[in-house]
Design a protein around this ligand. Structure first.
Ligand SMILES: Nc1ncnc2c1ncn2[C@@H]1O[C@H](COP(=O)(O)OP(=O)(O)O)[C@@H](O)[C@H]1O
Ligand SMILES: O=C(O)C1=C[C@@H](OP(=O)(O)O)[C@@H](O)[C@H](O)C1
Ligand SMILES: [Mg+2]
Length: 176
């Protein structure tokens, strides 16, 4: 069975939704950021600080290539995964790609809960940075089989919508 892959901007809910969806489906769950942290024995923040973003992107590429060889898994990616064609080609080969989106307001609210995202460190400039990155990436997030706007939707609603899409598309082979 194909992997279910969540892509989308920071704060759209990939990590949280991915874990819940995997539980619901009884499938293994992988978060590429968590894998990178585990393999480097450093947090994402530390990796950015010590080695820089380029190194992080290289690590991300390696992990995505590995995860793409799995079957039947739910995979949550980091928001920048779309910046590499190689990543997207790997993920698409054996995965159904679902984009989560959210309004700028929602993104700012959700990403301010925990300060784990080095790209959004400059508190006074956060809105500007989010808008700039969204502009650069918006088109790349269209590269998916399905897309859900998660603003003002509960986690349960998002999961239900994904389940509906997966059933309709025959991605679950009749399983709940
Ligand atoms: N639909 C939602 N409704 C309310 N809160 C949400 C929703 N989706 C995600 N969140 C919350 O937003 C924050 C960021 O979610 P996260 O899963 O880390 O996003 P991502 O992995 O896409 O950056 C978390 O605190 C999470 O609980
Ligand atoms: O958008 C990005 O470039 C990033 C998103 C983060 O993941 P989330 O989208 O899960 O926050 C994480 O991979 C890193 O901080 C870079
Ligand atoms: Mg995440």
């Amino acid at each position: 069975m194909k992997n279910i892959v969540l892509i989308g901007f920071m704060g759209t809910g990939k990590t949280t939704v991915g874990r819940l969806l995997a539980n619901r489906l009884g499938r293994p769950f992988f978060d590429s950021d968590k894998k990178i942290e585990y393999e480097n024995n450093l947090s994402i923040r530390e990796i950015f600080e010590v080695y820089g973003e380029l190194y992080f992107r290289q690590q991300e590429k390696m992990i995505i290539a590995k995860l793409s060889r799995y079957n039947n898994a739910v995979i949550a990616t980091g928001g920048g995964v779309v910046l590499s064609f190689e990543n997207m080609n790997n993920l698409k080969r054996n995965g159904v790609i679902i984009t989560l989106t959210a309004s700028v307001e929602t993104i700012l609210e959700r990403t301010s809960r925990r300060n784990t995202r080095p790209l959004l460190d400059d508190f006074d400039q956060r809105e500007k940075i989010v808008n700039k990155l969204l502009k650069e990436r918006a088109e790349l997030y269209y590269n998916a089989d399905y897309s859900i706007n998660t603003s003002s939707k509960s986690l349960q609603q998002v999961i239900n919508e994904i389940m509906f899409f997966l059933r309709q598309g025959g991605y679950l082979r009749g399983k709940r």
